[in-house]
Design a protein around this ligand. Structure first.
Ligand code: CUO
Length: 694
C-alpha cells in the first residue's frame, strides 16, 4: 500500500510501539529520534535500527512541531476509556480536533505517529478513526473493523491465551482456527440467554461501534452536526430494538421490558467473560438484582445522583407535553412536526447540539454511565466500568435493550403528540400494488430460511507481542438464505411515475399468539428495504434481492481484512469497498424464526416521490446502509420522517395493519423457518468462507 493509506498501519497491534514493523508487509515507520518516548531515547540508535532487516516497506514520518497533547494525555495508557464518561469524551474531542485541523496528510501522520505510544490506545484508536473518517484526505480509507484491533472486546478472554499459544508454537501456514462456542456466557437457566446469539453477535456490535464513530456526540461541530443526526439516533436505535423484539418473539420470549424505575433491583444480570488486553483486567460483571447508585468517582471526574437523571427525564417529558424546549436563553423553541424529533434526539443523547444541556442534562449517556458503574459507584474497589460503558460492547448486555426501550419510549411520547398521517399523506393515487411475495431458492413462496454459519476473524492484528501470520478465531452466527422480493405494481396513469418502495417485516402475533393490533405492531416493524422506482404506465414487475437492503452492509465488509488479497486496488470498486463499515450486518437481516415457522407480515408501500425526494447528487458514497447510516457528505436521502409510515399513531378507525392499507400498499404473510444446523455459507449465496487469507 502506498500513499495516504500507510496511516492505517497505526491500527496494527495498538499496544506495540510504533517503530516495530506493522502488518504482514512489515511496514516500518521511520520516525525522528525525538519522537521516541523518553524511556527509549537513551537507546534510540539501537531501537531504531533493530528491525531494519525485517522490513519490506518504509514510511517516512516528517518531523514537525507537535501540538499540545497534554489534554488527551490525562488518561493513562493502561486505563479503560469510555466514550460515555464526560471527561473521557472531552479528551477524545480534543484529540479529534487536533487531528482534524492538521493541514496536510503528512502532518496528520506525523502527529498520529508521535501520539500513538504516548496516549491511551483505546482513546487514540477512537480519535484516529473519527479523524480518518472525516478528513477529506483520508475519508476513503477502509478503517479496519474494531474486532481486529481490539478482538478482546468481542470474544471470550480464553481465546487469547489459546491464540498466543497457537501463534508461538505453530508456524503461520499450519495454524488451526480457534473455535468460539455459541454458548459461553451463560446457560439456559438464564432465560435471557436464548437471545445471546443476537446480543453477542460480532457484526451487530461492530455496527453499533461504527455508527457511533460516524455520529459522534462530541468533537468539532463540523463533524457532529450532520443532517438529522438526532433523529437518526432515535431511528437507528429504535430499529435495533424492533429487531431484538422479533428475535425474542421468535424464541418464545416476551418483548423486552422497559427499564423505567431506576431505584429497583435490575433483574437482568450479565457476566461478559471478556478480558481487556490493554487495561489488563476483566470487564466487571453485573449480578442479578444489582441496584443503581449515585455516582461519585473522582478519578473519572464523574459525579451525579440518580435523582439528577430523574429530573432530566421529567424535564424532557415536560418539554414533550408542553410542545416546546426551553433553550439556554430561556426562550421557547417549539418541538415541530418536522424538526422536533431531531431536536429531542440531540437533547436526550445528549450531543453538543443540545439546545440546553443545563436544563435537560445528558440523560442517555449518563444512563449508560450509571449502569456501567453500579458495581463500584464510588471507585472504592478501583474497578472500571462494565460493558455498558463502551459502544463496542454495550449490545451484549440484556440491560442495554431494557434501557434503550425506555429511551425509545421518550421519543414515542413525542411522536404520539403528532397528528396521524391522513389518507392523503399515505396514498399515491393511480399507483396500485397488485401482488407481493418473497422467494427463497428451493423453498416454497413466502418462506424465509435461517440457520447457523461459521465464519473466521483474524486476531493477528490485535495480538500484541506475538509472532506474525494470521491466527483465526472461528465463531458461529445466525444466517439466512438470500431471497428476492417480487412486487407487481400497476401504474394506472398514462405517464411515467416515480416513487419509493418501502418494505417492512413485522411479527404477526404477540406473546400469547393473538394477532397484533396496529398500535402494538407498528413499533416492531423492521425496515428491510427502501429504494426508488420508476413506474411506466401499466404493469411493472419489480425484483429486488435481499442482499441490496437499505440497512445492511455485505458480509465481507463486516469482517473484511485490511490486507486481504482480493481487495480491489483502485478506482470505483475500491471506493465502493472502502465505504464506511457502518451498517447492519447482512447475516442478521432476518430474525431467527423457529423450526415450525414463525409468522411474520411483510408490508410493502410505494410512496409518492413528491414527498420523498431530496434533490442532491447521490454519489456521496458510503450509502450502502443509508437508512441507518445516512450518505456520507450528503443529506439524509429521504425527506419523510424516519420510520414513515409507522412512526405515528394511525388515524381513527384503523386498528389493524389490514385496515391501514391504501391502494399503494400491500401485506402478505411470511414464515421464517429455522434449521438448527451449521450450514456452509454458500447456502446464502455469499462468496463462501472466503475470509481466510494466506
Ligand atoms: Cu448506541 Cu445507548 O446509544 O448506545
Amino acid at each position: 500500500m502506498a500513499d495516504n493509506s500507510s496511516i492505517l498501519y497505526l491500527f496494527d497491534r495498538p499496544a506495540e510501539p510504533v517503530y516495530v514493523p506493522k502488518g504482514e508487509q512489515r511496514v516500518a515507520f521511520e520516525i525522528p529520534a525525538n519522537y521516541l518516548p523518553d524511556r527509549y531515547r537513551s537507546v534510540a540508535t539501537e531501537v531504531l535500527t533493530r528491525y531494519n532487516d525485517d522490513t519490506k516497506m518504509k514510511v517516512q514520518v516528517k518531523s514537525i512541531s507537535i501540538p499540545d497533547l497534554s489534554v488527551p494525555m490525562q488518561l493513562g495508557r493502561r486505563e479503560a476509556f469510555s466514550l460515555f464518561i464526560p471527561l473521557h469524551r472531552k479528551l477524545a474531542a480534543r484529540l479529534i480536533d487536533i487531528f482534524i485541523n492538521l493541514r496536510t496528510y503528512e502532518d496528520f501522520l506525523s502527529v498520529a505517529v508521535y501520539s500513538r505510544d504516548r496516549l491511551n490506545p483505546n482513546l487514540f484508536i477512537y480519535a484516529l478513526s473519527v479523524a480518518i473518517l472525516h478528513r477529506p484526505d483520508t475519508k476513503n480509507l477502509p478503517i479496519p473493523p474494531l474486532s481486529e484491533i481490539f478482538p478482546d472486546k468481542f470474544m471470550d478472554g480464553s481465546v487469547f491465551s489459546r491464540a498466543k499459544e497457537e501463534a508461538n508454537v505453530v508456524p503461520a501456514g499450519a495454524r488451526v482456527p480457534i473455535e468460539i462456542p455459541l454458548d459461553y456466557t451463560a446457560s439456559d437457566l438464564d432465560e435471557e440467554h436464548r437471545v445471546a446469539y443476537f446480543r453477542e453477535d460480532i457484526g451487530i456490535n461492530l455496527h453499533h461501534w461504527h455508527w457511533h464513530l460516524v455520529f459522534p456526540f462530541d468533537g468539532p461541530r463540523s463533524i457532529v452536526d450532520k443532517d438529522r443526526r438526532g433523529e437518526l439516533f432515535y431511528y437507528m436505535h429504535q430499529q435495533m430494538m424492533a429487531r431484538y423484539n422479533a428475535e425474542r418473539l421468535s424464541n418464545g420470549m416476551n418483548r423486552v421490558r422497559r427499564f423505567i424505575n431506576w431505584r429497583e433491583p435490575i433483574p437482568e444480570g450479565y457476566f461478559p467473560k471478556l478480558d481487556s488486553q490493554v487495561a489488563s483486567r476483566t470487564w466487571p460483571a453485573r449480578p442479578t438484582g444489582s441496584v443503581l447508585k449515585d455516582i461519585n468517582r473522582q478519578a473519572d471526574q464523574v459525579n451525579f445522583d440518580i435523582q439528577d437523571l430523574e429530573r432530566f427525564r421529567d424535564r424532557i417529558y415536560e418539554a414533550i407535553h408542553t410542545g416546546a424546549i426551553i433553550n439556554a436563553r430561556g426562550e421557547r423553541v417549539p418541538l415541530t412536526e418536522k424538526d422536533g424529533v431531531d431536536m429531542l434526539g440531540n437533547l436526550i443523547e445528549s450531543s453538543i447540539l443540545s439546545l440546553n444541556p443545563n436544563l435537560y442534562g445528558d440523560l442517555h449517556n449518563m444512563g449508560h454511565v450509571a449502569i456501567s458503574f453500579c458495581h463500584d459507584p464510588d471507585n472504592r474497589y478501583l474497578e472500571s466500568f462494565g460493558i455498558m460503558g463502551d459502544p463496542a460492547t454495550a449490545m451484549r448486555d440484556p440491560i442495554f435493550y431494557a434501557f434503550h426501550a425506555f429511551i425509545n419510549d421518550v421519543f414515542v411520547e413525542h411522536k404520539n403528540t403528532l397528528s396521524p398521517y391522513t389518507n392523503q399523506q399515505l396514498d399515491y393515487p393511480g399507483i396500485e400494488i397488485k401482488g407481493i411475495e418473497v422467494q427463497t431458492p428451493s423453498q416454497p413462496t413466502n418462506v424465509l430460511s435461517t440457520f447457523w454459519s461459521k465464519s473466521d476473524v483474524d486476531l493477528s492484528r490485535g495480538l500484541d507481542f506475538t509472532p506474525r501470520g494470521p491466527i483465526l478465531a472461528r465463531f458461529t452466527h445466525l444466517n439466512h438464505a438470500r431471497f428476492n422480493y417480487n412486487i407487481v405494481v400497476n401504474n394506472r396513469s398514462n405517464s411515467t411515475k416515480r416513487g419509493t418502495v418501502r418494505i417492512y417485516l413485522g411479527p404477526k402475533r404477540d406473546e400469547r399468539g393473538l394477532p397484533f393490533t396496529l398500535e402494538n405492531q407498528r413499533g416492531l416493524m423492521m425496515e428491510m428495504e427502501k429504494f426508488k422506482v420508476t413506474l411506466k404506465p401499466g404493469e411493472n414487475r419489480i425484483v429486488r434481492s435481499s442482499s441490496q437492503s437499505s440497512v445492511t452492509i455485505p458480509f465481507e465488509r463486516t469482517f473484511r481484512n485490511l490486507e486481504e488479497q482480493n481487495r480491489p486496488s483502485a478506482g470505483p470498486a475500491l471506493e465502493q469497498f472502502n465505504l464506511c463499515g457502518c451498517g447492519w450486518p447482512e447475516h442478521m437481516l432476518v430474525p431467527k424464526g423457529n423450526k415450525g415457522g414463525f409468522p411474520m407480515e411483510l408490508f410493502v408501500m410505494v410512496s409518492d416521490i413528491e414527498g420523498d425526494e431530496i434533490v442532491q447528487s447521490e454519489v456521496g458514497g458510503c450509502n450502502d446502509a443509508a437508512s441507518f447510516c445516512g450518505v456520507r457528505d450528503r443529506k439524509y436521502p429521504d425527506a419523510r420522517p424516519m420510520g414513515y409510515p409507522f412512526d405515528r399513531r394511525s388515524r381513527d378507525g384503523v386498528n389493524t395493519l389490514a385496515q391501514f392499507l391504501s391502494g399503494n400498499m400491500a401485506v402478505t404473510d411470511v414464515n421464517i423457518r429455522f434449521t438448527d444446523q451449521v450450514l456452509p455459507r454458500t447456502r446464502s449465496e455469499s462468496t463462501g468462507n472466503s475470509l481466510s487469507f494466506s
